[in-house]
Design a protein around this ligand. Structure first.
Ligand code: 3BY
Ligand code: FES
Length: 430
């Protein structure tokens, strides 16, 4: 006899009284209290309230170029199959067999025809529909046992998923606004030149917070060839030593705006990092030196520009995404960064370098040169994050104040606390 399956979500995670108190008493302008970075209970609530209820960035179209290509993405206890289906569309499916629950795909990436569970060989199509289940009664209704779908959207070649059955609806308007900035770079017509997974010895929020400020950027000698040291400062808050760099920045910004207008490219900042479920910031920013790429002198690192672009010097299209990503999209290549928690004090940072699909390694670009700045920067940040985790784990830690040029760290923490308060019923949706 066929039993009609009952779809039910796991029970909502109930925060402990201690966690509720921590969320309620967070003081704006100060770092978070230690348990936000160290507690197993807090990680569980981060996964259920933040990672499972918001749109998170997990991959690029270029990572699954052909029908059948797949990735498996782990988000806490969830495993999601990202697959290019037979119609060349991207689908996202829970990697959980509808028979007795076995994990179906067990490699991080690969290529498949149908999806075959290795336990009792239930066989699913690339759209998740159940095609075959051996030895079932005659009235067994296969249509009731397709793989459960995960919400997925590719925006100009960047893939976002949401594990919730009711994903935040503001994503559509965000996608509409970021698409015109990204589209000219045609990320769907790129290939992966390199991908590096770095496991950081720190909580995922320390990894994100570190990305959201450049107060520490004198620790990045390679990056400072292309990133202005004035990042995050308001003109009236500039230390005098940065005045010459700021004048250089203003000149480069004026040049960049001119070029964007000539090429009809949007460049203005949109900054909505808090006060909404899908928080983001996008803008085109000038780069130091020759202004084209992350090379020692700022000249391009790949001679084949992305898409149909003809202008190499377009600065960096920079996008920050709450809760888990940032992006640098240049004229000659793009770099994406995705952050996923592994444990309270362990985080996966996945960095992906994309070049034009026809660019040839060794001819159009040198792989080591292409990777150098962000590989070194990530390693330097890894050290900062490790030290921060060690410090916040000490009983002597007391949350300190953010400086004005760390305003995006405050925006990140405020967004995070807002979302926990909304998710746990402490306050209504704003
Ligand atoms: O991601 C950014 O925009 C910059 C680069 C380095 C630090 N961060 C603020
Ligand atoms: Fe997948 Fe049995 S658990 S076929």
């Amino acid at each position: 006899m066929t039993t009609t399956p009952v779809h039910h979500l796991p029970p909502a995670y109930e925060p402990t009284a201690e966690i509720t108190a921590l969320i309620a008493r967070r003081v704006p302008g100060l770092c978070l209290e230690a348990p936000f970075y160290t507690s197993e209970d807090m990680l569980a609530i981060d996964i259920s309230e933040i990672f499972a209820k918001h749109w998170i960035f997990v991959a690029t179209d270029a990572e699954i170029p052909e029908p059948g290509d797949y990735l498996t993405i782990s988000v806490g206890p969830h495993s999601v199959i990202l697959l290019r289906d037979d119609d060349e569309e991207i689908s996202a499916l829970h990697n959980v067999c509808r028979h007795r629950g076995a994990r179906i795909l067990n490699d991080p990436s690969g290529s498949v025809g149908n999806l075959v569970c290795g336990y009792h060989h239930w066989t699913y199509g690339s759209d998740g529909s159940l095609l075959h289940a051996d030895s079932q009664p005659k009235d067994f209704d296969k249509t009731l046992f397709g793989l459960r779908k995960v919400a997925v959207q590719s925006v100009a070649g960047l893939i976002f998923i949401c594990l919730s059955n009711a994903p935040p609806e503001d994503f559509a308007s965000v996608a509409t606004r970021i698409e015109p900035y990204l589209a000219p770079h045609q990320l769907r017509r790129t290939k992966v030149a390199a991908q590096v997974d770095l496991v950081e010895d720190g909580n995922w929020k320390l990894v994100m917070e570190n990305n959201r400020e450049c107060y520490h950027c004198d620790g990045h000698p390679e990056l400072s060839c292309s990133l202005f040291p004035t990042y995050g400062y308001e003109p009236d808050g500039l230390p005098p030593r940065l005045r010459p760099a700021y004048d250089r920045y203003l000149a480069a910004e004026a040049d960049l705006i001119q070029r964007c207008m000539e090429h009809d490219l949007p460049y203005q900042q949109i900054q909505e990092l808090r006060g909404r479920a899908t928080g983001f910031r996008i803008q085109r920013e000038p780069m130091d030196g020759a202004g084209a790429s992350f090379s020692p002198d700022g000249t391009p690192l790949s001679s084949k520009l992305l898409g149909e672009l003809t202008e190499p010097t377009l600065g960096r299209l920079s996008m920050h995404w709450q809760p888990n990503a940032w992006f640098h999209v240049l004229s000659d290549h793009a770099v994406t960064f995705s952050v996923l928690p592994l444990a309270p004090n362990k985080t996966l940072l996945r960095t992906t370098w994309l070049v034009h699909e026809d660019a040839v390694e060794g001819e159009d670009y040198d792989l080591e040169d292409l990777k150098r700045v962000w590989q070194r920067t990530n390693e330097q940040d890894q050290t900062f994050v490790r030290r921060a985790q060690l410090g916040v784990t000490s009983p002597a830690y007391i949350p300190g104040p953010y400086a004005p040029n760390e305003y995006q760290v405050e925006d990140f923490c405020s967004w995070y606390i807002e979302r926990l308060r909304v998710g746990t019923g402490m306050e209504g949706e704003s």
